[in-house]
Design a protein around this ligand. Structure first.
Ligand code: ATP
Ligand code: MG
Length: 320
């Protein structure tokens, strides 16, 4: 059983990325063969500054390892270190219908905003298909927003297998954690780098506290009863706390007499506690950057071996 997922280094990771993606990676890393990659080729459609791309890629590796990704259990690599995937992308591109890509939301959204999209953004789901199919992946943990692209991967794989009358590619299944599919940001909308409403996982404590304090709430006066279920502060607290702790805070909401500032402080303390170990471990990793480099290199070597095998199968099927 192979689990595979990638994450783009287009900005520092936030709580949405953690609860919607990274935490799942870590939970699933005990499956026989977990492959996780830093999607630097995908990030090129957004980041056009070499220093920034390098820094964000390194931060992504540090963050993932600090949060508990164990290189003994899972293979961690940089997407661009596996050129077999880009070759496979071309083979897949030749069987991908334009109409399939025209339906994809990343491209459609951009066009709808009146922005010009480049071919990289348009064909991004094909690179994603290659990322997945190159490793015979069975299970792909994704956020709700990637479900459509996973369907595209299955479509492309099926079409290739059908055209060349051979089971070249394994059809992957998606794995979405429903309750965390939409982590709210400081404005109550879905937390997202592009909306400027994120709370970073590793922000310095003071800054982090400020972010939590800035979460938008309604204007119910302190003494009145409040509804936890419609409040983003409580929504975030639920992600960190166990049932008992959730109930306790919900009661304080309903009883009245608690201001939102208190709830935010409770949330902040909980978040600091949750990530305390990760923060410590990140500091240690920062002192040993060459070890991190070694982990990525070893991961890439392992990933390339598998990708080569699948690429050869695909080349053979189409007569190359
Ligand atoms: P962008 O604004 O560029 O789309 P993002 O902040 O949404 O960036 P992505 O790189 O799109 O981050 O997402 C990385 C992973 O984190 C994906 O699996 C995505 O589903 C998940 N994710 C991102 N934001 C959230 C969120 N608010 N709630 C749950 N999951 C999320
Ligand atoms: Mg997104």
């Amino acid at each position: 059983m192979r689990v595979l997922s990638g994450i783009q280094p287009t900005g520092r990771f936030h709580l949405g990325n953690y609860f919607g993606a990274i935490r799942q990676y870590i939970e699933l890393q005990h499956h026989d063969q977990a492959f996780y990659f830093i999607a630097d080729l995908h990030a090129l459609t957004t980041i056009r500054d070499k220093k920034q791309l390098r820094e964000l890629t390194q931060d992504a590796a540090l963050d993932l390892l600090a949060l508990g990704l164990d290189p003994e259990q899972a293979t961690l690599y940089q997407q661009s270190d596996v050129p077999e995937v880009t070759e496979l992308t071309w083979l897949l591109m030749t069987v991908t219908q334009m109409s399939l890509l025209e339906k994809c939301h990343a491209y459609k959204d951009k066009i709808a905003k009146g922005l010009a999209a480049d071919a990289g953004l348009f064909t991004y789901p094909v690179l994603m298909a290659a990322d997945i199919l190159a490793y015979d992946s069975n299970l792909v943990p994704v956020g709700q927003d990637q479900v459509q692209h996973l369907e595209v991967t299955r479509d492309i794989a099926q079409r290739f297998n059908h055209i060349y009358e051979k089971e070249v590619f394994v059809l992957p299944e998606g794995h979405v954690l429903k309750e965390t599919s939409k982590v709210p940001g400081t404005d109550g909308e879905k937390m997202s780098k592009s909306y400027n409403n994120t709370i970073g996982i590793f922000e310095p404590p003071k800054k982090l506290r400020k972010k939590f304090m800035s979460i938008k709430t309604d204007s119910t006066p302190v003494e009145e009863s409040k509804d936890p279920e419609t409040c983003s502060v409580f929504g975030l607290y639920k992600l960190f706390a166990n049932d008992e702790e959730q109930q306790a805070l919900a009661e304080r909401y309903r009883a009245g007499g608690m201001g939102y500032g208190d709830a935010k402080q409770t949330l902040y303390e909980k978040a600091m506690e949750h990530f305390a170990e990760a923060r410590e471990s990140r500091e240690k990793l920062e002192q040993n950057l060459s070890d991190v480099e070694d982990i990525l290199q070893a991961g890439a070597q392992k990933a390339r071996e598998k990708a080569r095998e699948v690429l050869d199968r695909a080349r053979e099927a189409c007569g190359l």
